[in-house]
Write a protein that binds this ligand. Structure first.
Ligand code: SF4
Length: 68
């Protein structure tokens, strides 16, 4: 899940506005579909649960939501 209150592409990459979590995801499950400087969308159905995105995000805006 993405916490859009925390997420700020401009803050974590002021030059290009590229989301670090998008770059980290080898399965391309996270995308900035609206372009640079816009928050990413997570396509959770395709998530392989490697959690590279969580480690990559400097603002702790990505988190795991356990579904019971
Ligand atoms: S999810 Fe994290 S790395 Fe990606 S734009 Fe938001 S704050 Fe930056």
């Amino acid at each position: 899940m993405a916490d859009y209150e925390r997420c700020s592409p401009r803050e974590c990459n002021s030059e290009k506005g590229v989301c670090a979590a998008v770059s980290a995801c080898t399965h391309k499950v996270i995308k900035q579909i609206d372009g640079a400087f816009e928050s990413p969308i997570i396509f959770q159905d395709m998530c392989m649960a490697y959690w590279d995105c969580i480690e990559a995000c400097p603002l702790d805006a990505i988190y795991i939501k356990h579904v019971t």
